[in-house]
Design a protein around this ligand. Structure first.
Ligand code: PHE
Length: 411
């Protein structure tokens, strides 16, 4: 049975049919790992902030936002899948956990900031494995200029400064056009302005990639590639990938800020760019952290390996054995059971003892038309050995809650 209120960050909110936030998620909200002393996410944040030394550095915005702010203000269409309760966490219909730091763009531009970084925890319902966690951290960066000859002169001067710096550096950039028919400038923009701003965005981020990945001891050049992208709140839009330790890694999304964002923020005479990057993915690479759950570890064998401001290689301590349990059931009819609902239930029961969840079988019974699902849950603690009895107890709670909450029939 579900109470009619949820207590989140010290306040009570009425719940409704959209409510899907779980105690496991609520418990993460006050932790703010990106501000925790010596934590790798904090070190990475600081490194990016030092690169953008003359930007405002913001990091204290509440994760609770309206869907309007997370989606509508940024021109997400009404039917965008991110809005659904299977993809995002809702306290109730009118209040959700931000899914990206872009949710604060209008607010920050509206405060008159023209160069800023904002770091925050963001929340998305997702599968369970070593690189997905329903809470992660993003950093938004933005810079806007006066849409005037003076403003464009500022962009040109900055482009010249950055081009000069990059020309001295050991970097190979695979570029694409700043503007193209499939990645157009906005109707309200002078295409020459849009071109200059997109170029500034690219130069600025190429330089950031050098700071993050172009260690002084490398002898190979750093390879960065630009890819056409789509976001409802930027055009043109780009993704950046970096070739690191033999693989292309997706690092960030970016683009020229949609004019309606700046109009809503009451700075209509500006033009500029924004980017958003995920801190965990970059930190996992830079610190060689093999599992995303480790960022949440309280174990001294993890925490004591890091010192503020230092990027060092994590030395894994012995992995405790894992233990898997399968559960097979008939999904409720006709609604079925969404994988994200299954995963949140498991996370809520097992918290960080669950390492991954895989669907290993699914079929529709030819006569009854019922769907049978089988999931394999892999349990492992980061900090200790789990006993089989303990895992059986957890699994029994998962099974009981599957029956209670979703009305499944266990096979
Ligand atoms: N908010 C986007 C995401 O989470 C990233 C982004 C930020 C894209 C700013 C463009 C501009 O995927």
């Amino acid at each position: 049975s579900r109470s009619n209120y949820a207590e989140v960050l010290g306040s009570r909110y009425p719940t409704d049919s959209a409510t899907n936030i779980t105690p496991a998620i609520i418990s993460k909200l006050p932790l703010r790992l990106h501000t925790k002393p010596d934590h790798p996410l904090n070190t990475l944040r600081t490194k990016i902030e030092s690169h953008y030394a003359d930007f405002a550095h913001l990091s204290s915005f509440s994760p609770l936002v309206t869907p309007f702010k997370n989606f509508d203000e940024l021109a997400f269409p009404a039917d965008h899948p991110g809005r659904s309760v299977t993809d995002s966490y809702y306290v109730n219909r009118d209040l959700m956990l931000r899914t990206h730091t872009s949710a604060h763009e209008v607010e920050v531009f509206g405060q008159g900031e023209t160069k800023w970084l904002l770091t925050a925890d963001v929340y998305r319902r997702d599968e369970i494995d070593g690189s997905h966690y329903p809470v992660f951290h993003q950093m938004e960066g933005a810079r806007i200029f006066d849409a005037s000859p003076t403003g464009m002169k500022e962009v040109e001067d900055d482009n010249e400064r950055l081009s000069y710096h990059l020309a001295q550096s050991n970097i190979i950039i695979e570029d694409i056009p700043h503007i193209s028919p499939t990645n157009p400038s906005q109707a309200t923009h002078d295409p020459r302005h849009s071109e200059l701003v997109a170029k500034n965005l690219k130069l600025s981020l190429n330089s950031l990639m050098l700071t993050l990945f172009g260690g002084a001891t490398r002898d190979e050049p750093l390879r960065v590639r630009w890819i056409e992208a789509y976001f409802p709140f930027t055009s043109p839009s780009f993704e950046v990938e970096v070739f690191f330790r033999g693989k292309w890694l997706e690092i960030l999304g970016s683009g020229v800020v949609r004019q309606s964002t700046l109009d809503t923020a009451k700075v209509p005479n500006k033009i500029g760019w924004a980017f958003g990057l995920g801190l965990e993915r970059i930190a996992m690479i830079l610190f060689s952290i093999p599992d995303i759950r480790l960022f949440w570890s309280e174990d001294q064998r993890f925490l004591s390996q890091f010192t503020h401001g230092q990027i060092n290689t994590f030395k894994p301590y012995s992995r405790y054995p894992s233990c898997f349990k399968d559960v097979s059931f008939w999904a409720p009819q006709p609604e079925g059971l969404h994988e994200n609902d299954f995963c949140d239930l498991v996370r809520d029961v097992a918290s960080d003892l669950v390492e991954d969840v895989k669907k290993i079988d699914s079929f529709v019974h030819p006569k009854t038309n019922r769907t049978s699902l089988c999931y394999r849950i892999n349990y492992r603690s980061m900090d200790r050995s789990l006993s089989n009895e303990e895992v059986n107890e957890i699994q029994a709670v998962v099974v009981a809650r599957l029956k209670d909450q979703f009305g499944v029939e266990i096979r």
